[in-house]
Design a protein around this ligand. Sequence first.
Ligand SMILES: [Cu+2]
Length: 247
Amino acid sequence: MLNYLGLPIAASEHAGEIDHMISLVHWLMLLMFVGWGLFFIYVLFRFRKGANPRADYVGAKGKLSKGTEIAIVVAEVVLLVGYAIPAWARRVQQFPAESEATVVRVIAEQFAWNIHYPGADGRFGRTDINRVSSENPIGLDRTDPDAKDDLTTINQLTLPVDRPVLVHLSSKDVIHSFGLFEMRVKQDAVPGLDMPVWFIPNRIGDYEIACSQLCGLGHYRMRGFINVKSEADYRAFLAEEAKFLTQ
Ligand SMILES: [Cu+2]
């Protein structure tokens, strides 16, 4: 599924502004590419040896060349200050309140995405490195009262639509990168750090989590899925998963 300019389909609220910026940058690059190409052809003829038997070492001094240079610099400053910095600032400064967001932990490892939901109490249970095993990849301590209702999944991140999502991203081993192309989200997962990432999915559907940092031999298969559901379907999913806890 591709969008305008061949971009992946846009499935988050801020995707539009990122795409707008990408398209502006590409139109500017196209203009410069064509401009430089035409200039190169002109120079080939204008400064051919037949017409210029003696070399002239003085550079271009015309008003046109100076004006073009200034126009390009102005366009780049506008892109940076008018679009790129504000878009970045919105991602890193205005985090949603935890009370209004779907809060999940995503713990990357070679070569999977572990998802940890806090459960009905809204509190993440304690995790302990000594409890990590193949059945308990995040080392969740089920004896902790906060952990009793916690849900964990592997490679399946289920989210409700139209509500902010706050992901606490970390890694167990090496640096991975949490790449959600349809959400226009990409963030490195760094061992020892809790990296917050947020977005608002606004389109029901199934999308991909692709590790975007070469992280070892199995990097190519480090693939997960995001399932964006309606609020009702999301609640049904949580209830269904919670059933396994009591069994
Ligand atoms: Cu990876």
